[in-house]
Unconditional design. Structure first.
Length: 322
């Protein structure tokens, strides 16, 4: 007779039956967990392979090449240690590219953020045409950079460009915006602000929409009747997470400037508009010095990582996530 039938009443018998049931169900649970794990790996395998092949392996290859004298097409290469980096310290062209990149980031980042915030406040305060204005200002983000650069090349042309034509109407001789060392970086920075404005605008509009309307009413009751006071006490603190994200993304996008420089100036005149990515491109695919180009790449990656560290370690602590 089964033990469960003989000892159905005593507690020790019920515990024994429960233990037997748990032990019999354990293999089924293990099989189910194994199947779920295999399914998870099968679904995640394409992403893992893409990460390894498209990101991790090229990064490791660039790190290794930075310590070699490898040239494109050469049958062999030699390990030269830190010679590429010591050459970077002596290279005036690299120093100029680094200064131009810092200047570009320093102008484009605050210009595009403040401009996008002002436009977002104006659009959010309006009652009509919100969708139209969002689409108009977001147009540069979805447009082809090469096509837009060609349009800017026409607009800034010293003789036939509309901008200088307008300036001549008021008695001002417009400069050669893209051909003068004094104005080329300012011109590229203005184009960069125009490119980033729409992207930042959409992010700020999303942040403004998430702010509860009741907070503005409460601020007005508490003695903040003016629009500036409501912005200072409610809007700006509540936009902290959005502003932090916009700041980080804009700085990284600004450091990565390449398309407009390549199409409009090719780094000229006299390297007055040379930037890091364009210098890396020239060294690697024009002069075929892949080892030296990889060293510039590591400097570029170090700058990007420094910006990410600035976000996570410094600025993030001052943001209010209410």
């Amino acid at each position: 007779m089964p033990a469960a039938a003989v000892c159905a009443t005593p507690p020790w018998c019920r515990s024994r039956a429960l233990s037997e049931a748990v032990l019999s169900a354990a293999p089924a649970r293990r099989e189910g967990a194994t199947g779920e794990a295999l399914t998870a790996w099968a679904l995640g395998l394409p992403a893992v392979l893409a990460y390894l092949v498209l990101l991790l392996l090229p990064t490791l290859a660039a790190i290794l090449l930075a310590f070699t004298d490898y040239e494109l097409g050469a049958p062999a290469f030699a390990w030269i240690g830190l010679d590429n980096f010591s050459e970077l310290l002596r290279d005036r062209g690299f120093a100029q590219a680094l200064r131009n990149t810092v200047f570009y980031v320093a102008v484009v980042t605050p210009g595009s953020i403040l401009g996008a915030l002002a436009l977002a406040l104006l659009i959010e305060a309006g009652t009509r045409g919100r969708t139209l204005f969002r689409a108009v200002f977001f147009l540069p983000v979805v447009s082809l950079t090469v096509a837009m650069a060609s349009a800017w090349q026409y607009l800034l042309h010293p003789s036939i460009g509309p901008l200088n034509a307008v300036l001549r109407q008021v008695g001002i001789d417009g400069p050669a915006w893209l051909s003068s060392s004094d104005t080329v970086m300012w011109s590229l920075a203005a184009i960069g602000i125009w490119e980033n404005l729409g992207f930042n605008l959409v992010l700020f509009l999303a942040g403004l929409t998430a702010i509860p309307r009741e907070m503005y009413a409460a601020a007005e009751v508490d003695g903040a009747p003016s629009a500036w006071e409501r912005f200072r006490l409610v809007t700006w603190p509540m936009l902290g997470p959005t502003t932090l994200f916009v700041l980080t993304i804009t700085m990284i996008r600004s450091v990565r400037v390449f398309d407009t420089v390549k199409v409009l100036t090719q780094g000229g005149p006299n390297r007055a508009s040379e930037v890091l990515l364009h210098a890396m491109y020239l060294e690697g695919f024009t002069y075929f010095r892949l080892g030296y180009s990889a060293a510039i790449t590591l400097v570029f990656l170090a700058i990007v990582l420094a910006l990410m560290w600035l976000q996570t370690r410094v600025l993030d602590k001052r943001v209010h996530y209410g």
